[in-house]
Design a protein around this ligand. Structure first.
Ligand code: T4K
Length: 369
């Protein structure tokens, strides 16, 4: 195993020969992008698979987030989590919006609803929570606060492909949800993303915004951007969709095996999802406590020395990056839980091609550290 690198994730790729007929079709039609047949088919099939009203495909989730905020005309201040990938907060700065960081819940590692109200000011217009690792936020409590204060809710659902709670798809909550189909995600189109829209009118506005603002050949109704997904990426998505259940099943088996091997390891805590959810096993996060024999970073280095590239998602906190750390809400003492989690987190490799033997080796290195 020493010559064989293991990464935190590896993309699931459908058989190459299945892609060829689609490439031939794209070549024959000459329609490469701008809402062609593959784009339309993937939007329809994803809406059906995910159990959501409408899906608007995007070139990636970051442009999707920027556009989602634009489409709802969000301004002023937006409450969000410091414990995420930096794209979450960047989407606010790209819209000239001030991020207001609020601490996270220590069990779910998602925005803590009990701390949101104290951060609301007359400038607050929306909440931008993240379903971190695909574990659902407390959507009911967040919606109640949004209703009480007349705020919009945009979910960064980059990790939450296919996740369901007792009431169906988690993607139906809030005003909009944004998915990522990046190569590292459970469902990938190499690069890609989508906005889940509640109705056709909202989707129409989003379609204009992702196509420079064009409503028709000669009418520009908004300062749109180019956020379109190409036919190639959409064809990849249709192929992925055939195999995604199988890929999630394998992820679940890996998740279960890690838990069996690590659950009794002193100082290691496997981060749990929420009871009753249909999970997607996008990540396998563990917390390395102070009672573990070595530090989180020493464990990260130990694994790396054995060719295993775990990742510290999400360390550093977004609020520690230079463009955010001067904000009043970024002050370290205001975000104690996020800070503790960022110092203890380690995401272990999880992807369909990871073998049982590799999972056992990784767990063995941890338990013997
Ligand atoms: N919101 C949230 C909460 C997010 O997590 C993300 C992205 C976004 C928004 C924005 O979504 P997009 O605009 O990207 O659609 C990766 C991804 O680039 C990023 O999409 C993802 N979140 C983030 C959590 O992880 P890096 O810089 O850690 O990726 P990288 O290139 O180091 O890849 C990690 C490992 O994956 C590599 O060590 C090997 C493996 N890998 C990666 C790529 C790209 C492959 O095996 N093949 C590949 O093609 O950010």
């Amino acid at each position: 195993m020493s010559n064989h690198k293991i990464y935190v994730t590896r993309p699931f790729l459908p058989p190459l020969e299945e892609l060829i007929p689609h490439l031939q079709q794209i070549w024959a039609s000459g329609q490469l992008t701008n809402g062609g047949p593959y784009h339309q088919q993937l939007e329809a099939e994803l809406a059906r698979y995910l159990g959501v009203p409408h899906v608007a495909l995007f070139a990636n989730a970051t442009i999707g987030l920027v556009t989602a905020l634009q489409s709802l005309r969000i301004t002023g201040e937006v409450i969000t989590t410091p414990y995420s990938f930096v794209a979450t907060a960047h989407s606010l700065l790209w819209n000239g919006i001030k991020p207001v960081f609020v601490d996270i819940d220590e069990k779910t590692l998602n925005l803590d609803p009990s701390k949101i109200e104290a951060a609301i000011t007359p400038q607050t217009t929306a909440i931008l929570p993240v379903h971190c690792y695909g574990h659902p936020c407390d959507v009911e409590s967040i919606q109640k606060i949004a209703d009480d204060y007349n705020l919009k809710v945009i979910y960064d659902a980059a990790h939450a492909f296919g996740v369901k709670t007792g009431t169906g798809s988690v993607l139906k909550h809030g005003d909009l949800s944004v998915l990522s189909f990046h190569a590292t995600k459970v469902f990938n189109t190499f690069e890609g993303g989508a906005i889940v829209c509640p109705d056709a009118k909202t989707k129409e506005r989003i379609n204009h915004l992702k196509n420079f603002g064009f409503a028709n050949e000669t009418t520009v109704v908004a300062t749109g951007i180019n956020g379109k997904m190409s036919e190639f990426n959409a064809a990849l998505g249709l192929l992925q969709l055939k195999y995604v259940e199988q890929a999630i099943e394998r992820r679940q088996a890996i998740d279960q095996r890690y838990r069996e091997l690590l659950n009794r390891c002193p100082g290691i805590q496997c981060v749990d999802g929420v009871a009753g959810e249909t999970a997607n096993y996008a990540y396998f996060p563990i917390l390395v406590g102070s009672d573990f024999p070595i530090s989180r970073d020493a464990l990260y280095d130990l694994l790396a020395s054995r060719g295993i590239h775990a990742r510290r998602y999400f360390y550093p906190l977004i609020s520690d990056f230079p463009m955010y750390k001067g904000l009043p809400s970024a002050q370290p003492h205001l975000l104690p839980v996020a800070r503790r989690m960022a110092s203890q987190i380690l995401c272990l490799p999880i992807y369909p091609d990871l073998s049982d033997a590799e999972v056992e080796t990784i767990a063995g290195i941890i338990t013997q550290a």
